[in-house]
Design a protein around this ligand. Sequence first.
Ligand SMILES: NC(=O)c1ccc[n+]([C@@H]2O[C@H](COP(=O)([O-])OP(=O)(O)OC[C@H]3O[C@@H](n4cnc5c(N)ncnc54)[C@H](OP(=O)(O)O)[C@@H]3O)[C@@H](O)[C@H]2O)c1
Length: 99
Amino acid sequence: MKTALITGATSGIGREFAIQLAKRGYRLVVIGRRVERLEELKEAVDVPVEIIPMDLSKKKECFALLEQLKDENIDVFINNAGFGLAGSFIETDIKKKLA
Ligand SMILES: NC(=O)c1ccc[n+]([C@@H]2O[C@H](COP(=O)([O-])OP(=O)(O)OC[C@H]3O[C@@H](n4cnc5c(N)ncnc54)[C@H](OP(=O)(O)O)[C@@H]3O)[C@@H](O)[C@H]2O)c1
């Protein structure tokens, strides 16, 4: 069985990638901070899902992830975690940018 690693699989495009890859028979390794959403995703698909709760903005956690996955054979990597705000820099919420 092929394996897909998806960062930011708790919502949006990442979650949809996860669902579509599961439909194509991929085993999923999914990453995000909101573990309850990853659990919901696991319930929603019919393939094995490995959940890795992780904050990828923290360097230490990224190195821990590397160690955890070093023996994994990853066939597809969707490096999707991130955030964006629509609008001009001046007008968008500074608190969201600093969060
Ligand atoms: N939507 C657009 O129009 C658009 C346009 C251009 C580019 N993008 C990019 O496409 C990607 C997905 O966008 P989206 O609209 O689907 O966004 P979204 O619904 O906000 O999803 C972002 C995902 O990234 C995860 N994430 C954010 N910060 C994280 C962190 N520090 N550690 C681990 N996971 C983190 C979130 O999970 P948790 O919060 O659970 O950690 C969530 O699963 C983002 O990188 C975004 O910048 C989006």
